[in-house]
Design a protein around this ligand. Structure first.
Ligand code: ADP
Length: 488
């Protein structure tokens, strides 16, 4: 089966969040089980072509409503996965940002979706590679499903299945009606979209038109069918779910890139078999951050985007209280909304010998935090899947999380006894008190039930977060999407 992934980001070329990690690891896992998965993404201006052996491959033209676009295709292989980068002036090829102004991004990604279909056709002509399924991701590339549906009169597109994966319902590409109109794309014809007033919403269009829809965890696939997490599209999702077309498939983790035994970022590698060096990572990080070097002090880490989604408005007041009353060390690495960045800076200013707020993006430091922390804080208001908690568990840091989305699916709560089950500490309420109370409970366990804590740590590190199971589930989704147009 030939599957073309269409996405805005992919690790290691361009990453803003978990989406890039999925595109960087799922196609690789699919290829291992016999799917010919390939990726098409924009040639963002900042992508280092030399570093990744990205070479110019060919050029084609595509007739848009307003003139002809020239598209230059560049190519490389990433861990055996063929990746095509599209460059086309003025949309892609320049600029230092992954995402720009929202209006311009809508125009750019509408064009990208058109170019993607044209690329699929080019690949069939030039390389004899004919796609069976187009797999689009999030709002950026979502329009592809609609464009395929509208091209089915053509024998090339008639049998092609489409799959949409929703990585985050919080970003939809809404109010794209004018840009779609400008591009000459007639989405106004779909009655359900019209009924819900979503005919200009790129993600909604894909929910209506994709053969199959997946969300990145089973819990999130449920949550988005209701108003709290559906972000206005819940009725559309529920309609598709009633037809049996919505599935939750948990993201896997790239177990090779995230391995504490081989991670080049770590000064003291360790594994389940050889856990002894793990505390050295704590003292090394304390030294790096200028905190007192003490192996005995409980160390709480967080690595996060600082947006409302991630719940740090709840965590900051909880940390104030905790740092005032308890002997702990805390480090938060993150960037985002300025009021949260400032809140964390003030926290560091107040508790300078116990708290560090590192504002920015630092891939090496993030891995060191996972390896050094006893507890990993992730109080997300919503979390489609979440990668950080899985990395934390693999590195032996027990997550303290809110019970939502993928956090609910991946973190097993402590049983409050000998830890015969459990890989972390889970709370439900979206309040600072819940964060504080759960941190206290986790710290109490760390100090007074160290044997139970150790058992959880080992269980967390041994949990299989690989793509094996999920990749097989995606194959079943592809088969369903694909068979839909074969049988008819
Ligand atoms: P999201 O995709 O919503 O940001 P995830 O938990 O799925 O959340 O993925 C976050 C990924 O980005 C993790 O690999 C995490 O380590 C990384 N990350 C987030 N913020 C930072 C940061 N400030 N510095 C380094 N890595 C970060």
């Amino acid at each position: 089966m030939n599957v073309l992934f269409s996405a805005a980001e992919m690790t290691p070329f361009a990453k803003a969040g978990g989406l890039a990690d999925v595109i960087g690891s799922l196609p690789k896992a699919l290829r291992r089980i016999g799917v010919d998965a390939r990726v098409v993404m924009p040639l963002h201006g900042f992508i280092q072509r030399g570093r990744y052996n990205i070479a110019y491959a060919f050029h084609y033209q595509f007739g848009r409503r307003r003139g002809v676009a020239d598209i230059y295709v560049h190519h490389t292989e990433s861990d055996g996965v063929p990746v095509y980068f599209l460059e086309s002036y003025p949309f892609f090829g320049q600029g230092w940002q992954l995402y720009t102004d929202t209006e311009w991004d809508k125009q750019r990604f509408i064009a990208f979706s058109e170019f993607t279909l044209a690329l699929a056709w080019q690949l069939a002509q030039r390389e004899g590679w004919k796609l069976d399924v187009l797999h689009v991701h999030d709002w950026h590339t979502a329009l592809g499903s609609f464009l395929v549906a509208y091209s089915r009169f053509d024998s090339f597109w008639q049998p092609v299945g489409t799959v949409l994966t929703i990585h985050n319902m919080g970003y939809q590409g809404d109010w794209a009606g004018a840009a779609l109109f400008d591009a000459g794309i007639p989405t106004r014809t779909q009655p359900d979209l019209l009924y819900h007033g979503k005919d200009g919403n790129l993600l909604a269009i894909a929910i209506a038109y994709s053969d199959m829809i997946t969300a990145v965890s089973p819990r999130y696939a449920e949550e988005i069918q209701y108003p709290r997490f559906g972000e206005g599209l819940e009725a559309l999702v529920r309609w598709r779910a009633h037809g049996g077309d919505v599935m939750g498939i948990l993201n896997g983790l790239d177990m090779e890139r995230n391995d504490p035994a081989t991670d080049p970022a770590l000064l003291h590698p360790f594994s389940v078999q050889n856990l002894a060096p793990r505390p050295l990572n704590k003292t090394a990080l304390q030294a790096q951050l200028g905190l007192p070097q003490r192996a005995d002090v409980p160390f709480i880490g967080a690595v996060t985007r600082l947006t409302a989604q991630k719940g740090f408005d709840l965590a900051i007041p909880a940390l104030y209280q905790l740092l005032a009353e308890d002997d702990v060390q805390v480090v938060v690495l993150g960037s985002g909304e300025s009021h949260l960045e400032d809140g964390l800076r003030t926290l560091e200013y107040t508790y300078g010998n116990r708290m560090r707020a590192v504002i920015g993006y630092d891939a090496v430091l993030s891995q060191r935090i996972y390896a050094a922390s006893d507890l990993f804080l992730m109080p997300s208001r919503y979390e489609p899947c979440g990668t950080s908690q899985m990395i934390a568990m693999r590195y032996g840091a027990l997550p303290v999380v809110r019970e939502t989305g993928g956090l609910a699916d991946t973190v097993q709560n402590y049983d409050n006894k000998d830890a015969d089950v459990g890989t972390g500490f889970v709370f439900l309420w979206e309040t600072p008190e819940a964060v504080l109370g759960t941190l206290r409970w986790a710290l109490e366990t760390y100090r007074n039930r160290s044997e139970a804590f150790r058992r959880m740590q080992l269980r967390a590190m041994q949990t299989d977060f690989s793509w094996n199971k999920s990749a097989a589930e995606y194959v079943r989704v592809y088969e369903r999407a694909f068979s839909r147009h074969r049988s008819g």
